[in-house]
Design a protein around this ligand. Structure first.
Ligand code: GLY
Ligand code: MN
Ligand code: MN
Length: 490
């Protein structure tokens, strides 16, 4: 998902860039406290966490795996964190790849043991010692707790090929009596509760993202390429002190506004269209996630305005339902019912509760929402936690799934009128009747995709709107007309 840089020289170089030092996102005591919290929950045992692999692309930046990055700021690729926990107290080591002098000339000299101890609080050990050390701990009868080494928890269900998972499978086979537990949820639950320092970093990531959205409002114009706008957004990230985007920037105009994860960003925008900009800066490892939808020509058409207002009303309804102790499902229901009523008014669905014969019928039992007509136009959920990952655990994911004091999350309703979706529907009698009824409205609103996504901090004092970029129709139009002279494109 990330831009790749062409290699400038055909050097016989198989090495990828990696910073050789700690990432210094947060003071050391924060990482120590996290390891202590994990150890306290485990009591006694061995925690094994594999770090990210060396990027297999030229000069792609190293991105640590979130669970690994949560527990240590150690930033060399292909390292393994081992915590031996006794009496609820951890002794943590990091096993590193063997030195390779030529490699180091390309990517930097790695920290020695003294520097690793100073910068990360970890004991540095050579990778060759990993297996013997683990063998001996297994023979001592300690249970093992593993952290899965996928890059995004969105891929958790597909985690079969990672280095850590295959190492642990082989290791468990060699020690048949070994107890191996998955510690991922323990760490996810720790990650869900953000510390004050984490919230401060998130605020910075969000502020930089808001600045990028304000700059984008002055760059959007008929004739501009989506990539021009992406460039303005991402350069604002960099000059604002962020590392760059926390996920592939989405700048989708016209028909592309209706593709949720459109990332090609290579179309010329035209007057009369909207453009969806779903972007987020990464600031010291923490991810913002903010979406604005604006009219390319500076003024929404009547159709775009109608869809936009439904989405904004849905967001407001969800904000009203997001209170400490309230079920997260209530916020989802508030947004869904606002959107469903709005879509009935526009003639895009038959009734707020009506269903259809879904191409994903196998999922209707577990997720009935997906098989309501309104979900044709909003196939994604209401939001998610943010943190080290753009989709980070939030406290409301767990137990009774109620919002908690300190939750940090997005609320991001959308409506996407993609005329192609009518072709996705199985040709059943019920669907044919539905298509006949809604086709005129689909034609009228086609290629209008609207998502409004904001970031929030919830406390007992209320819901704090963190991403204060213009979002009401009048504010957006006025900001765009104020920038009518238009900022120069890069
Ligand atoms: N940008 C990804 C999301 O909104 O969840
Ligand atoms: Mn999001
Ligand atoms: Mn987003």
């Amino acid at each position: 998902m990330r831009p790749r840089h062409a290699a400038a020289l055909a050097l016989a170089c198989t090495l990828a860039a990696a910073p050789a030092r700690a990432q210094q996102q947060l003071p050391l005591d924060e990482y120590r406290a996290r390891r202590d919290s994990l150890a306290a929950r485990i009591g006694s045992g061995v925690v094994v966490a594999f770090g990210a692999r060396e990027p297999v692309a030229h000069w792609s930046p190293y991105r640590p795996l979130p669970a690994f990055a949560y527990l240590t700021s150690f930033a060399e690729p292909e390292a393994v964190l081992v915590m031996v926990v006794r009496g609820g107290r951890p002794a943590a080591s990091v096993f590193v790849q063997p030195p390779d002098a030529r490699h180091q000339l390309y990517v930097g000299i790695p920290a020695d043991s003294a520097a690793v101890a100073r910068e990360t609080g970890l004991v540095r050990r050579e990778m060759a010692a990993l297996r013997p050390a683990l063998d001996s701990l297994a023979r001592a009868g300690l249970p093992f707790h593993t952290l899965r080494d996928f890059a995004s928890s969105d891929a958790a269900g597909r985690d079969t090929l990672t280095v850590g998972a295959s190492f642990m499978r082989g290791f468990a086979a060699a020690h048949p009596a070994l107890v191996v537990r998955d510690a991922h949820e323990i760490v996810d639950r720790l990650r869900a509760r953000k510390s004050p320092r984490e919230v401060a970093l998130l605020r910075r990531a969000i502020d930089v993202t808001v600045a990028a959205h304000r700059a984008a409002l002055r760059a959007v114009r008929p004739g501009a390429n989506e990539r021009d706008v992406q460039a303005v957004i991402e350069s604002t990230f960099l000059t604002g002190g962020a590392e760059g985007p926390s996920f592939a920037s989405i700048v989708g105009s016209g028909p592309n506004s209706t593709t949720l994860h459109y990332v090609r960003n290579d179309r010329v925008m035209r007057a009369g269209e909207v453009v969806v900009m779903d972007v987020g800066a990464q600031y010291r490892g923490y991810a913002a996630d903010v979406t604005r939808t604006v009219p390319v020509g500076g003024r929404f058409t009547a159709e775009q305005r109608a869809v936009y207002q439904i989405v904004r009303d849905a967001q407001r309804a969800a904000e009203g339902a997001a209170r400490v102790g309230a079920p997260a499902a209530a916020a989802q229901a508030a947004a869904d019912s606002t959107i469903a009523r709005g879509l009935v008014r526009l003639g895009l669905i038959e009734s707020a509760d009506a269903g259809f014969d879904a191409p994903w019928a196998d999922q209707c039992g577990a997720r009935p929402r997906l098989c309501k007509q309104f979900a044709l136009f909003i196939p994604h959920g209401l939001g998610h936690g943010i943190g080290l990952e753009v989709h980070d655990p939030a406290m409301y994911y767990y137990d009774d799934r109620a919002f908690r004091d300190g939750d940090v999350f997005t609320i991001e309703p959308g409506v996407y009128v993609n005329p192609e979706l009518l072709r996705l529907l199985p040709g059943t009698p019920r669907n044919r009747a539905l298509v006949a009824r809604i086709r005129p409205a689909v034609e009228r609103y086609k290629h209008v995709g609207v998502r409004i996504e904001d970031d929030y901090l919830l406390t007992a004092g209320g819901l704090e709107w963190l991403s204060r970029a213009p979002r009401e129709i009048a504010e957006i139009e006025s900001a765009m007309s104020a920038g009518a002279e238009r900022a120069p494109l890069p």
